[in-house]
Design a protein around this ligand. Sequence first.
Ligand code: NOJ
Length: 819
Amino acid sequence: MKYGYFDDQTREYVITNPRTPVKWINYVGTLGFGGFVDHTGGLLLCKGDPALNRITKYIPQLPGSQFKGQTLYLRKRSSAGTQIFSPLFVPTLDAYERFECRVGLGYTQFDTEFYGIRSQISIFVPKGDAVLVQEISITNLGSEAVEIDAVPLLEYTHFDALKQFMNADWVPQTMMSEAHEDGAGRKILAQFAFMNRDQRQTYFTANVAASSFETDRRVFLGDNEYGTFQRPKSLESAELSNTLALRGDNVGALMLPLGSLAPGETKRFVTLLTQQEGSRTESLARARALFEKYGRHETVASARTAMGKDWDAYLGRVQVNTPDASMNSMLNVHNPRQCYMTKNWSRDLSLYQLGFGGRGMGFRDSSQDVMGVMSNMPEEARELIEKLLSVMKSNGSAMHQFYASTMVANEGDSREYEDRPNFYGDDHLWIVFAVCAYLKETGNLRFLDQVLPYYEKDKHGAPREQGTVLNHLQRAVDFTKSNVGRHGLPLLGFADWNDTVNLKTGAESLFVANQYGKALLDLIELFEFRGDHAQANRYRADYEHMRGLVNEYAWDGEWYVRYFDHDGSPIGSKKNAQGQIWTNGQSWPVISGFAPRERAQRALDSVNRLLNTPNGIKLSAPGYDGFDPEKGGVTTYPPGAKENGGIFLHANPWVMIAETLVGNGDRAFEYYNQINPAAKNDVIDTYECEPYVYAQNILGNEHPQFGLARNSWLSGTASWVYQVATKYILGIMPGYAGLEIDPCIPKAWDGFSVRRRFRGAEYLIEVTNPEHVSKGVQKLVVDGAPVAGNVIPAFDDGKTHSVQVTLGALADTGEQAAQ
Ligand code: NOJ
């Protein structure tokens, strides 16, 4: 790889060339306290809401070479003179002898060599404590003794992330610093905005003596800031100036004289950054206690070990061994890690989603994100599901987004036009899938009886109404049932899953029609399992009704249309010059089971013919060429970008699911493989984003920069690709009665194996494919005994069970889509 490689042993991606096309990042900590570290050590750190309590100033739009949030300088003195450089490469950009940035599980670790000095820097946030720990070891690899000073540097932002950029008078007037002695020459630098002086403060320290400090950026850079971060003037003097910045751009720099390092000698230290609440006295005392704790290298080591164990537990629930190495890397480490991050961060904070307060948690997004962690942390998923259910409205629709810290929700962009509906056609239906996935994973059907509020509040702020979880789900499908348009199809509302198509009131959505169909299938299955056939039949009738309408009105000859506009005209039809065919219009009628087999096949073939590219499946074609306010946001993009005919990756796994449902394992895997970031080695300079996480979008072939990825990390792609790979391609699907085994793999595969924990037992599943089929379980043997059908019982006995699955041609019918 040009920029790095996968180290599957250590579960890391190792970046060996810092000049990546864009920053490649990793998350540390949680939304409670955390953020991201880029591969040259830049840091965006927040405590709680990234819009309201941001700590370091990270400006993604600055060039990659620029200082962002933090760095570390080393000053080396030897007989050859003085060298000042950053072991993180940025911002000094010196020539390195070795550069290694290990993107790990919850940590990032650097191992670099510049001028004969090896620096190992490990950055993480220990579980349960709001402190960013950086453990740093400096080794003299040369043959003569050297003197080393280390200067860690942070740049703070105003806590109100947006104000920092909106007001260049008020903000600088408010920024304050303090310095405290901490025994043995250690220093603690405090930073706060004046209005928060008595509420919360940020503290930065090192566990070794600091001979001086700096808190004023202007002084640190020198020359009225014509000194640069690449060559700060202040580092030309023996000591920093000990200036206390009481306005302006605040930084925190410590001069740490490590003294002389003999050849081969290593010196270690730790830097710590925290924010604490309360008066300055109280918060400083709390910070000191944390600094005392994590100033000890043993505590740092045990915190790292504990974090590793948590990841072992999380990842250990599903481990696979397939014939495809890139698939293994992704499914065993990187894809579930991304699912964890999307569940935690929703769409709040990334290199592309800047956390300025526009989003918070999205109802639709989080409902899908929880499904990505369902196999690995179902109870944490349930906690988020409860929050989501609590922001549903009593009519069964959902508030579009909410802030997890306050649980205040709003209708998102749907408030934009007064004459348009302020519900989204799809939001509320996702939660049906999430709840059913939880029930199947855990078998905890009591959850259905739990009473939770609806969002509307009385004048005291108390919920006006509440209902059981089951009641929430029923109201969700009822809302769709009773909000239909002129064809009897569900109303689009402000938008459906595709946020950017905003049609006039009265428009209908085929996406929602199919999503509703799938939600009904889930409820039918649930009620049948509970033995409530009457309810199941009621939903069956609704399902048949909608199936009839979809097939009567939406079939366009070679594919299904995507929308009907307010005046009843189709969008996504051969009648349209642009936006003729839409991916979601084809995958979802297969997922819902609405498409008869022949139409399912034809629709999926149309996707293959008209929308597939070597970089993934486009969302639609041809793209709209020019802004059209009638269509909305989709036309703000040039053709081939994002929702306007771009490769919107989130929608790709739905096509893969559909292909598995019709039994086409080769195509499902081809689609899986062509978007696998781990397989992007040869095109990484075109692709540009991290090879270890999915991006949200790739420019499509109508765009001159076809193949360029953006918006990595926080995308529903993570959840759905993980689901399709584990549940549909490898076919290990949790069901009410046990684990259903129904793989749909490439015919060329000889087999694969999966280790899966499920409801209190472990299953070692070996799948063999002697006849080289894609689908069809011919034989199932559990603990040496044949089992009829394809369901492994949920033993719940704390034991490990061996499962042998033999695939064979006879059952290769792909029946599900033939309904
Ligand atoms: C990104 C949004 O976060 C998601 O909610 C939406 O479904 C997709 N864009 C598609 O528009």
